[in-house]
Design a protein around this ligand. Structure first.
Ligand code: SF4
Length: 302
């Protein structure tokens, strides 16, 4: 079999079918496809409102090759919890694994209450947060996971502002504080690592949380062909640490082989272009570099 034929067959086999309407170079689509292909056939999936739902389910079509339900922005975790309880009541809980999904806004802002409840009640569900660092589907508004000084339509840069004034909410730490058995971060730049974490999470009984860093060419204003390059630089600068926590303890980190300066990451993206223009920008770059360095130290990434 030629490599081309094998690739075509793999694409046709994919649990998230091709032909959906994601933008070219969408990191979220790649992340979701990898999660679903790793999870395999026997899964039931919920998805909060957001890009993932909009680009994959234009009525009457669907790219999902498994039972899939669209929840509201806030309740993907609660809908998944209802499915889990119903399967248990029917004695069929061994027949399917349940994955709840949401973007960063649905997870860290609007849906955090339902997610917290799902963790607290101990449902056997993997929750996946696709972190593209803003509300892309509704016009690139700032979310709780938008990075410091990024431009968004609700945190614009201008004469009196450098962009988003807050740092990324530490959602993995919030998830871990619930005492759940497994929390991990991943990136579309390292798909084997992502696959390994999905497999591991699905083998653990109880609530699991996986946060995947997924560049968005539209909202980050980078070239679509640079998605993996941008994702990799986020990790290599130390801004996005990749790690696993089991029962509240960090059990593995992805080491940085060669540290990259934050400028290399920031200058590829239009959402940070103001950082290289306004007088005094050097000080702001130093602040972001200090944040990356502190993360490298905190997680012992080098
Ligand atoms: S706006 Fe961003 S997240 Fe949404 S489909 Fe396009 S690239 Fe993907």
């Amino acid at each position: 079999m030629t490599i081309e034929k094998k690739e075509k067959e793999e694409i046709l086999e994919s649990q998230l079918a091709p032909g959906h309407k994601a933008c070219t170079g969408c990191g979220l689509a790649l992340a979701a496809r990898t999660v679903m292909n790793t999870a395999g056939k026997d899964v039931i999936v919920t998805a909060a409102t957001g890009c993932l739902e909009v680009f994959s389910t234009s009525y009457p079509q669907s790219a999902w090759k498994m039972p899939w339900i669209h929840s509201l922005f806030e309740n993907s975790a609660a809908v998944a919890a209802g499915i889990e309880v119903a399967l248990k009541a029917l004695g069929r809980e061994k027949e399917a694994k349940i994955i709840a999904q949401g973007g960063d806004g649905a997870t860290a802002d609007i849906g955090i209450g339902c997610l917290s409840g799902m963790f607290e009640r101990g449902h056997n569900i993997l929750y996946v947060c696709y972190d593209n660092e803003a509300y892309m589907n509704t016009g690139v508004q700032r979310s709780g996971l938008t990075p410091f000084e990024a431009w968004t339509s609700t945190s614009p840069s201008g004469k009196v502002s450098w962009g988003n004034p807050t740092e990324k909410k530490n959602m993995p730490a919030i998830a871990a504080a619930h005492g759940i058995p497994y929390v991990a971060t991943a990136s579309v730049a390292y798909l084997k690592d992502l696959e390994k974490k999905v497999k591991k999470a699905l083998d653990i009984v109880g609530p699991k949380y996986l946060q995947i860093h997924a560049p968005c060419p539209l909202g980050w204003a980078h070239e679509p062909w640079d998605t993996i390059k941008v994702a990799k630089l986020a990790v290599q600068t130390g801004l996005i640490p990749l790690y696993e926590m089991e029962n509240g303890v960090i059990t593995s980190v992805r080491k940085i082989a060669k540290k990259a300066p934050v400028e290399e990451y920031l200058k590829l993206q239009g959402r940070f272009k103001h950082l290289f223009k306004k007088p005094g920008f050097e000080k702001e770059l130093e602040r972001i570099q200090a944040m990356a360095d502190a993360t490298i130290k905190k997680f012992n990434l080098m």
